[in-house]
Ligand binder design. Structure first.
Ligand code: G3H
Ligand code: 13P
Ligand code: ZN
Length: 332
């Protein structure tokens, strides 16, 4: 058993309390490799933001849980060395079973998500409650989910959105004991969030996605006031990166993400955690493609991963400062 407390990590309880009071959201960035992690830590230290490092099942399979945990421990030391010991959480993203959640808790994670949203309601409650009972023994916080996002969640995909039913949230929170709740109000996983048919076009002919269902969010807030809410699928799919990827030999179809001003509005509400993965993939791929296209003789990975890391850092800083509002809150 490895305790996250010995690794310099924190759970999400305090973070969410402060985010709720301060009307901002904590960034939850997925990572699979060293350059992504370095970019996240550099950006969060420079903007003085707390951060949640997210590890998916795919990330565990790709990088190994022991390596990832030790990278997170290293990140706490790296942040201090860079000049600000920001609060860092190591979080399991989309945990799919009690065994997976337990394995992460036993391996030094400070927070886990148990995603029972694909199960019938009572099964979701039973599974989530079982994880909460285990996690809380070790002061590990737990995120549950009600409602299903469209798109691909780890290996589970859904073609359509099932919005969270506000009439279920109070019962779910009470009976499971979860610390936070992921909801479905129109965000969606992956780089292809909306089809052109679901969007309208503005005066300049640019695709505009359907707005998030703030009415559902408000109804949820009324039923569980002060309870931390989580938004998955919150990448904005920056068009500059889509263009750059295609300009340098890529082949991405037209796609749009969640507009930044809608995320800013959500962050000022009970939404305390905003998940971003796809935007990091786009930024990294765009810069790697650019460098390799412009310098075809280059074969030192540091020469293309370095600029990709710089681009990622810039993007995360922008999110912390201009979108989530978490900048400056590391030492609250
Ligand atoms: O919600 C899913 C995350 O974007 C993780 O994706 O399973 O490909 O690592 P992944
Ligand atoms: P995006 O695909 O929009 O980045 O969402 C990531 C996510 O929700 C991870 O859990
Ligand atoms: Zn997700």
């Amino acid at each position: 058993m490895v305790s996250y407390k010995d690794l310099g990590l924190v759970n999400t309880r305090d973070m969410f309390k402060k985010a709720m009071a301060g009307h901002y959201a904590i960034p939850a960035y997925n990572f699979n490799n060293m350059e992504q992690l370095q970019a996240i830590i550099m950006a969060c230290v420079e903007t003085k933001s707390p951060v949640i490092l997210q590890v998916s099942k795919g990330a565990r399979d790709y990088a190994n849980i022991n390596l990832l945990r030790n990278m997170a421990r290293g990140a706490t030391e790296y942040a201090a060395e860079l000049g600000c010991a920001i609060p860092i959480t190591l979080h399991l993203d989309h945990g799919d079973s009690f065994e997976t959640a337990k394995a992460c808790i036993d391996n030094g994670f400070s927070s886990v998500m148990i995603d029972g949203s694909h199960f019938p309601y009572e099964e979701n409650i039973a599974l989530t409650k079982k994880v909460v009972e285990y996690a809380h023994q070790y002061d590990v916080t737990v995120e549950g989910e009600l409602g299903v996002l469209a798109g691909i969640e780890d290996e589970v995909s859904s073609a359509v959105t099932h919005y969270t039913k506000p009439e279920e949230v109070e019962d779910f929170a009470k009976r499971t004991g979860v610390d936070s709740l992921a909801i479905s109000i129109g965000t969606s996983h992956g780089a292809y969030k909306f089809t052109a048919a679901q969007c309208t076009r503005n005066a300049e002919g640019i695709l505009v996605p359907p707005p998030l269902r703030f009415d559902i969010l408000e109804e949820i807030e009324k039923r569980i006031p002060g309870f931390p809410i989580v938004l998955h699928g919150s990448s904005s799919v920056p068009q500059e990166y889509v263009k750059m990827i295609n300009q340098y030999g890529g082949k991405l179809a037209d796609s749009v993400g969640i507009p930044e001003e809608q995320l800013r509005k959500a962050a000022a509400s009970a939404v305390c955690k905003i998940n971003v993965d796809s935007d990091g993939r786009l930024a990294m791929t765009a810069m790697i493609r650019k460098v390799l296209a412009e310098k075809p003789a280059e074969f030192d990975p540091r020469k293309y991963l370095g600029p990709a890391r710089e681009e990622l850092k810039k993007m995360y800083m922008h999110k912390n400062i201009d979108v989530l509002g978490s900048a400056g809150h590391a030492l609250d």
